[in-house]
Design a protein around this ligand. Structure first.
Ligand code: GLU
Length: 404
């Protein structure tokens, strides 16, 4: 048997590519205008590090704005939440990606638009880090997310540096507000090198899955950034990641994402999947027409919308065996599925119905598939309370859910 997932990706590419390449290839960075509008590729990375790819998956392109969430992640990991939050906000701007979007305090509105991304870049490392060391840290950090050594496209980098007046103006503006650390010129140069890193759709899918897996690269096993950083970054991507189409994207595709002007789109669905898509022609918002279409298809075909309510809490109880049933005087309560707040709440209500007859009780967690911190604490508390009620409790927990 061959898994049908690659065939499905081929179908998505064929159907979303039909009708030619609508949209315009970005031309404000001269070198990007040379891109072949016919290129189209798609990749998907799973939580265990399996990568599926289709189309022009070998083609490398510059990461551009898709680097922003990762530089923001490195800044958060290096400086901590408080310091980064003093310098850059988390609100959607409603402005174009290259606007002077500052809050009244002088803080850029978020790290997904240029003004906030340049500010976030300048926060990578510590206060004594030189511009060169910072670029080094960014290149190594993004490479760790991708699981391979990424390289700068020097031609695109030089081309963008030659037309960087607007980004320079943004950096000096934030600097004047006291929110940009170091020298503005150096921050823009570093940021442009960061945007010029070459990736393919597989890289994007692995980078996305690393964010979606709480910072652990599923291919290399490296913990690149702490889990709290990923939660922060994915939240900002969900509200600000797709330029001025973020709301439309969230309601149709429902996956935290970031796009870039070279035509890449990265989508990261927490705990489930990382997606990379690429096609150079862009729509009026600056998002790749066909990459967006492919993500819409994947999301609807595979039920990936984040706001799709999962069906779990209703089937928490696998079964109860009353003490007199098999004559051993022991009551057995078996739970199943993932144990988070909503599921554990149902389980505790079941346990509340256990009569105070002093019968011994077996809490069977054999069919529990996963637990989070809250689920664990709630079940432990349930056991403690049953014991206080005079029951002798034995927890059948072969996978050690309650011991974590
Ligand atoms: N390097 C590009 C710029 O700063 C990135 C823009 C983008 O991808 O949105 O203009």
């Amino acid at each position: 048997m061959r898994t049908p997932v690659p065939d499905h990706l081929d179908d998505v590419l064929r159907e979303c590519g039909a009708g030619g390449a609508e949209g315009e290839v970005a031309a404000y960075i001269p070198e990007l205008a040379e891109a072949d509008p016919a290129l189209f590729a798609l990749a998907l990375c799973t939580i265990d590090g399996t990568v599926y790819a289709a189309g022009d998956a070998q083609h490398r392109f510059t990461i551009q704005s898709i680097s922003k969430p990762f530089a923001y992640a490195l800044a958060l990991a290096d400086r901590g939440f408080e310091t980064v939050a003093e310098h850059v906000g988390v609100e959607p701007s409603g402005d174009a990606f290259n606007e002077i979007s500052l809050e009244a305090s002088g803080r850029p509105r978020n790290a997904m638009i240029n003004i906030g991304a340049i500010t976030a870049h300048a926060l990578v490392g510590d206060a004594s880090t030189t511009g060169e060391q910072r670029v080094e840290r960014v290149v190594r950090g993004l490479s760790a997310f991708a699981g391979r050594e990424l390289e700068v496209d020097e031609a695109v980098c030089a081309s963008e540096l030659g037309t960087a007046s607007r980004n320079m103006a943004l950096a000096y503006m934030v600097h004047a507000q006291g929110k940009l650390e170091g020298e503005p010129h150096e921050a823009v140069e570093g940021y442009i090198r960061q945007c010029s890193l070459l990736v393919d759709v597989r890289d994007l899918a692995v980078m996305a899955m690393t964010l979606a897996a709480g910072g652990r690269n599923p291919v290399t096993g490296e913990q690149v950034v702490p889990a709290w950083v990923c939660r922060q970054v994915l939240s900002v991507m969900a509200t600000c990641g797709m330029y001025d189409a973020a709301g439309d994207w969230m309601s149709t595709v429902g996956i935290p994402a970031k796009s870039g002007v070279a035509g890449g789109v990265l989508g990261a669905l927490p705990g489930q999947v990382g997606i990379g898509a690429f096609s150079p022609p862009l729509d009026e918002f600056g998002n790749s027409v066909r990459a967006v279409r492919a993500c819409e298809r994947l999301s609807s075909d595979m039920g990936l919308h984040l706001m799709q309510a999962p069906e779990v809490a209703a089937h928490v109880l696998y079964g109860v065996v009353e003490p007199d049933r098999d004559g051993d005087g022991v009551r057995e309560v078996a739970l199943q599925g993932p144990m988070h707040f909503a599921a554990a709440e149902v389980a505790l209500r079941e346990l509340e119905d256990v009569p105070e007859d002093g019968a011994a009780l077996v809490l069977d967690l054999t069919r529990v598939t996963s637990t989070n911190d809250v689920g664990r604490r709630m079940l432990r508390e349930g056991v403690r309370r049953l014991e206080l009620d005079g029951h002798e409790v034995r927890v059948e927990d072969p996978d050690g859910h309650l011991e974590r």
